[in-house]
Design a protein around this ligand. Structure first.
Ligand code: FE2
Length: 218
């Protein structure tokens, strides 16, 4: 499923097919009951994301730069956590965990948080709408860096069932919390001269928390 600029197709029958796929994917996880109409739990810059910490992540991400992420058509994205001092430190940081758990409830202490950097640094790079694998069905998704010689075009999108796609603008250091196993999400393609680096940290909710509605953002 690939959507131009994150938007649904204009053709009504094509849009209906995409909406059907979004509905199906969004029903896979029991977390669907927790998803708010806007499709994400929280967005903004959390208090523990200091300028120093952001600079450390940017340096680490630059040093570990892998190959550019190209537009793919996954339906369920698999997770390949990467080691990295600053990213791991953030994933396990008591401030990060307390902030996250204050918004969604307890996370599963037996599942290691899984940070992964993604690089979108070649024209057309992005990731098509998908859900994340059940192991990490809750993400905190940080924008680490966003540079462009022209207008910044690429953005994070969520696709709440029965609603218009939601464009989630983030500045470096800002995060969005998403039940990524239950909400279709995407990164739209970067333009020539534009590059984006993100850090997603996957968590799993504690099974005792999963069915409890503690989403403060509704
Ligand atoms: Fe994802």
């Amino acid at each position: 499923m690939e959507l131009r600029d994150g938007q649904l197709p204009r053709d009504p029958s094509a849009a209906a097919i995409v909406n059907m796929a979004i509905t199906e994917l969004s029903s896979v996880s029991e977390l669907r009951a927790r998803v708010s109409p806007r499709g994400f739990v929280w967005r903004g810059r959390p208090p523990h994301m200091t300028n120093t910490r952001l600079a450390e992540l940017q340096v680490e991400a630059r040093g570990g730069r892998g190959s550019s992420y190209v537009t793919t058509r996954p339906l369920i994205a698999h997770w390949d956590p990467q080691p990295g001092g600053a990213a791991q430190e953030l994933a396990h940081d008591p401030g990060q965990i307390a902030w996250l758990e204050g918004l969604v409830g307890a996370t599963d202490p037996t599942v290691e948080p899984a940070p992964v950097y993604h690089y979108y640094d070649r024209s057309g790079a992005g990731i098509a709408p998908h859900i994340d694998e059940p192991r990490f069905s809750l993400i905190t998704h940080y924008l680490v860096a966003h540079e462009a010689s022209g207008p910044k075009r690429s953005a994070f999108f969520v696709y709440p069932v029965g609603r218009e796609p939601q464009r989630v603008e983030l500045a470096p250091g800002e995060a969005v919390i998403v039940y990524s196993g239950a909400v279709v999400h995407a990164r739209t393609a970067v333009a020539p001269g534009e590059s984006v680096t993100t850090l997603s940290i996957g968590y799993r909710l504690d099974s005792g928390t999963e069915g409890v509605d503690v989403d403060a953002s509704r």
